[in-house]
Write a protein that binds this ligand. Sequence first.
Ligand code: WT7
Length: 675
Amino acid sequence: MAKSTTKKKHSKRSDSIESTLGEKRLFKPSKAFSEKARISSMAQYEKLYRASIKDPEKFFAKQAEELHWFKKWRKVLETKNPRLSKAGAGGGSFAFTQWFTGGEINACYNCIDRHLSSPRKNKAAIIWEGENFEQRTLTYSQLHREVSKAANVLKSLGVKTGDRVAIYMGMTPELAIAVLACARIGATHTVIFGGFSAEAIRDRVNDCDAKLIITADGAFRRGTIIDLKKNVDNAVTSGCPSVEKVLVLKRTANAVVMIAGRDVWWHEAMAEASANCPATPLDSEHPLYILYTSGTTGKPKGIVHTTAGYLLGTYLTMKYIFDIRDEDVFWCSADVGWVTGHSYVLYGPLANGATIVMYEGAPTYPAPDRFWDIIERHGATIFYTAPTAIRAFIRAGDEHSNKHDMSSLRLLGSVGEPINPEAWMWYHRVIGKGRCPIVDTWWQTETGAIMISPIPGAVPTIPGSATLPFFGVEPEVVRKDGTKCNPDEGGYLIIKKPWPSMLRGIYKDPERFQKQYFTEYPGLYFTGDGARQDKNGYFWIMGRVDDVINVSGHRLGTMEVESALVGHESVAEAAVVGRPDEIKGSALVAFVTLKKGWPADESLKEKLRNHVAEMIGSIAKPDDIRFSDALPKTRSGKIMRRLLRELASTGSVAGDTTTLEDFSVLEQLRAGEEE
Ligand code: WT7
């Protein structure tokens, strides 16, 4: 897309935004930023946006030409709702849309090989820093060599195109290499966040029948070692019949047990591997990865992303929303175990030939200034992080960032949850020194790439609003009955049209896929978020409206935590709700009814919290456990969650939280409440 050479036209919307908002809240992109940006005015953004909505096929065909194809596509987009349509969505649904059908492409080739014939060949692809300050830099050509060898290792371990490979590692370069090696040969990767427990590994591995698990002897985190291999061993021993081999990176020199015939050391296998492994041409719709995420049932969903559309979505959002340049040093602080790490640590930046920073450890280790130290030393120009981290930094105090020269920064990003205006202002003032635009990016594991976000050189921002949709994305805020909300009326956020990086399904569960996303508002994609749109069309995301809670920017299903709790021998019934938390956004509060004879004491609370950590991972540990003799229910027997949420955030109705919650005082409310 050529930069517009016409003089900056004024758009009606930007005039309206300026006239209706006090200057105080409105942050216009600086002239210096806009002049250099790919999209430098509201008028230019609106023109492109309109074109993308009017004729998405034409728009995305043109964009897709920037990628490398082994074989060109036949059709840009095709919606083929199969036999299932009876079960839910019915006419007009785009649940089963495919992009660039008939084409052949490889995501790894686009992230690496494509750059080797350009001056990017010897450019840093990954600047990695270990928690203990080790440094490693991999150029594109070095990355190519390592990934090719790793791909040959996968083949030698029996992995074939279409097989699933689980990856459970810390944030090391080998994690990136493992992911890209899978993509290179068309093995579908499923990365499992290193904070998940053995039980969680087992469930995920079994759901997708992974043949191989790639792990490490350990991971450094906050000065300690997380025993990844032990968790994998426990998972496999407790029953993962599909697993044939376990490939183990030596990272911490932690003592591990290697099981003969099953376990293989990464360094030994790599030493023997050839560095010649051409990327396999894959169908556009070949499944690139499965990423498990919490939903409204007890069982996480395997979100499936395919190759061409996902790659295009991450490539384009990276290019226009982060306005990525060859000179940039891009740092997304997310773990590759989450979708943000997939899309904006790896695929998006690498597809653009960017230099990324990858950091292994904790944000505050060994001192609260670690992130700012990294930005200074590596000269990061773009920094992308989560509001929960920002709030923790605010609490730690400005002195930590003020110590560092962060003048390299030119753009900041936020993701994972609504950013409160105070955190936005601090980020802007203290980290960005008032100079860097902030892109508040709304998206989901399911959407694959950013959906609503300012284009930094074009769209004026207002703290707290993710502003306007990206190209090809048509969001709307609707009422329960599906009619469009008025400006500033809160409602449900839906997406009206397919977009290239949309999820293609829930692994092996097309019914749940259709039901979860396309039946609430027949034919439309339901995000699960509440939102409002102001009179200028800006979106304000209000958070989840389903039984999903966003804790520190990570999604947790209340049902998942509840089923972990009732799995404990002492628990009769459990209900988990969120309460506002200054740092985490939401904290988890569990109301628990015990079986007869169990003492409602502190030690049992601790046991239950640890039990949840064992079943899911420490991220799911309830912050608060409250024992009650019964849970408040409607006449039809549904737990009154709204009441519990209120109780959780305002404190105890009974006044004494150390003993049993007394719901009898709520009895009178019960009569009126039918949730
Ligand atoms: C949910 C998706 C997208 C990667 C990280 C989380 C919330 C995400 C924002 C934002 C307000 C946001 C939503 C969404 N969310 N970004 N900029 N403003 N809310 O991925 O685990 O799939 O969670 O995170 O509630 O539905 P995820």
